[in-house]
Design a protein around this ligand. Structure first.
Ligand SMILES: Cc1cc2nc3c(=O)[nH]c(=O)nc-3n(C[C@H](O)[C@H](O)[C@H](O)COP(=O)(O)OP(=O)(O)OC[C@H]3O[C@@H](n4cnc5c(N)ncnc54)[C@H](O)[C@@H]3O)c2cc1C
Length: 404
C-alpha cells in the first residue's frame, strides 16, 4: 500500500483515531486529515463536562451493545475487533491512564479532556499526519484511480477516503454523501431532556433527584427506569436521556409533544395495593409529614398537596378516595411534555449513513469501493456514558486496520 494517499474528512475523535492508526499500520502511506473548522477535536474538548468520558467499563461485549439504540448488530462485528479493552490499552500505551467512576464511566485520570486532545494531536504529529484546517469538503467524485474531492474550490485527490464528519441534525450536511450514492437515514436529535408544560409546581422542586424512577410514554408500553432529576424546565437525568435516545425518532415524529407517567416508587399499582394495609398499620397515627417510601421530603409534600392531603393529617385518618388518588399519583403521575432541552449541550445524532451499505468487518462502503466511514456519521448512536466515543474509536480503528 506504499505511496498511496488516504484522505480523512473530519478532525473529530473518529477522524484523528483513524488517521493515527492508519499511519501506525502503514507508515509510508500519505495520510491527510481535512477539517472544515479552524480547530480540531472541538467535541472532545467540551465532552463529559470538560472531562471527556472516553469509554465505559463493561463486563463484556454483549453488555456493551445494550447501550446502543441504533447500530447494535453492526457494532457487534466491530467491537469484537476493537472494543473498550483495546481502547483503554491504546490510550495507556500512549501515556493516558483512565479511571472508572462508580457508574462505570471512564475518564482520563487528569479529569481533563485536554489530556485526550494532547495525546491525539501529539501522536498524529509524530507520525506525520497532515492536518489541514478550514478545509470543508463540499463534493466527492469517484473515478477509476480514486477520488477527487472539492475543498475550497480546489481539487484534492485520494486513493482511499474515510468519511468521519460526525452527525448533525440537519440532512444538508450529508448532501455530498448522498450524491456519491449513499442512503442517509434522516438525522434527528437524540439525548435530550423533557420540558414539562405548565411546570409551575415542578419548578419549586428544582434540584430534587431520585435514585430510581420509571417514566412511561402514554399509549405505549415504552418506559425506562433510572435516576431522575427535576430541573427548572422539567425532567432530566439518565432515565429521561435514555428514554429520549431509545425513542428519538418516535418523539421527533410527535414534534416533542406527548404525555408521560412518572412512577415515583417503581412499583406497580397491584404491588402497592397489596402492601397498602401494612404501610397504613406501620404508619398508624403518624402524620403525613412522614413518608414510608423514602422519597425526598420536598417531593413527598408536593405529592400529598396535589392529592389534597394536609401535612398534619394522620395516616389512620386517610379516606379511601384520598388513598386511591395517592396510590395513583405514586405509581403514575401524568405530565405533558412540550418541547425538549439539550442536556449540558450534549447531544448525538440519531440517523446517518445507512448501515446496510457499510461492511462492519472493514468499515468499507458496499456502494463505493475504497470509501470508508467512521464515527457518528453512521446511523449509530449510544446513550450517555462514554458509548458514543467508543463507537468513534472502534469504527475508526477497524477502518484503519484495512490499510495494514
Ligand atoms: C457537548 C457534548 C458532550 C459530549 N460528551 C460525550 C462524552 O463525554 N462521551 C461520549 O462518549 N460522547 C460524548 N458526546 C458525543 C461525542 O462527542 C460524539 O459522538 C463524538 O465526538 C463523535 O465523533 P466524530 O469524530 O464521529 O464526530 P465529530 O466529533 O462531530 O467530528 C466531526 C468533524 O468533522 C468536521 N466536518 C464535518 N463536515 C465536514 C466537511 N464537509 N469537511 C470537513 N470537515 C467536516 C466537523 O467540523 C467536526 O470537527 C458529546 C457530545 C456533545 C455535543
Amino acid at each position: 500500500m506504499d505511496n498511496k494517499k488516504l484522505v480523512i474528512v473530519g478532525g473529530g475523535a473518529a477522524g484523528f483515531f483513524c488517521a493515527i492508526q492508519a499511519k501506525e499500520n502503514n507508515p509510508s502511506m500519505e495520510v491527510v486529515l481535512l477539517e472544515k473548522q479552524n480547530k480540531v477535536l472541538q467535541k472532545v474538548k467540551v465532552s463529559g463536562g470538560g472531562r471527556c468520558n472516553v469509554t465505559h467499563a463493561v463486563e463484556d461485549i454483549p453488555h456493551l451493545l445494550k447501550h446502543y439504540p441504533r447500530g447494535k448488530n453492526f457494532l457487534k462485528k466491530v467491537f469484537y475487533q476493537f472494543g473498550p479493552e483495546e481502547t483503554i490499552a491504546w490510550f495507556a500505551q500512549n501515556g493516558v491512564t483512565l479511571h472508572t467512576e462508580s457508574d462505570g464511566r471512564m475518564f482520563p485520570t487528569t479529569n481533563s479532556s485536554q489530556t485526550i486532545i494532547d495525546c491525539l494531536l501529539n501522536r498524529a504529529e509524530r507520525l506525520g499526519v497532515q492536518v489541514k484546517l478550514s478545509s470543508a469538503v463540499t463534493a466527492v467524485q469517484k473515478n477509476d484511480s480514486g477520488f477527487i474531492l472539492t475543498v475550497n474550490h480546489n481539487e484534492v485527490k485520494a486513493d482511499y477516503l474515510c468519511v468521519a464528519c460526525g452527525g448533525y441534525p440537519k440532512s444538508l450536511q450529508f448532501d455530498w454523501l448522498r450524491k456519491i450514492g449513499h442512503t442517509i437515514i434522516e438525522p434527528v436529535p437524540s439525548l435530550f431532556t423533557f420540558n414539562i408544560k405548565g411546570n409551575k409546581d415542578l419548578k419549586a422542586l428544582m434540584g430534587v433527584s431520585l435514585e430510581q424512577a420509571t417514566i412511561r410514554i402514554q399509549s405505549t408500553k415504552v418506559n425506562d427506569i433510572g435516576p431522575l432529576l427535576i430541573t427548572h424546565w422539567g425532567l432530566s437525568g439518565p432515565c429521561v436521556l435514555k428514554l429520549s435516545a431509545w425513542q428519538a425518532r418516535t418523539l421527533y415524529d410527535l414534534n416533542y409533544e406527548f404525555s408521560i407517567f412518572v412512577n415515583w416508587i417503581n412499583q406497580t399499582e397491584h404491588e402497592l395495593r397489596e402492601e397498602w394495609n401494612t404501610i397504613r398499620n406501620d404508619m398508624g397515627s403518624q402524620s403525613f409529614s412522614k413518608n414510608p417510601f423514602g422519597l425526598p421530603k420536598r417531593l413527598w409534600l408536593y405529592l400529598i398537596e396535589v392529592v389534597g392531603i394536609r401535612e398534619g393529617k394522620k395516616w389512620s385518618e386517610l379516606a379511601s378516595r384520598e388513598q386511591n388518588k395517592l396510590i395513583a399519583i405514586l405509581v403514575g403521575q401524568p405530565f405533558d411534555v412540550q418541547g425538549k432541552t439539550t442536556f449540558k449541550e450534549e447531544f448525538v445524532t440519531c440517523g446517518g449513513i445507512d448501515l446496510k451499505e457499510v461492511n462492519p468487518k472493514t468499515m468499507e462502503s458496499r456502494v463505493v469501493p475504497s470509501l470508508y466511514f467512521a464515527g457518528e456519521v453512521l446511523d449509530i448512536d449510544g446513550v450517555t456514558g462514554g458509548f458514543n466515543f467508543q463507537n468513534a474509536w472502534s469504527t475508526a480503528a477497524v477502518a484503519a486496520g484495512l490499510w495494514a
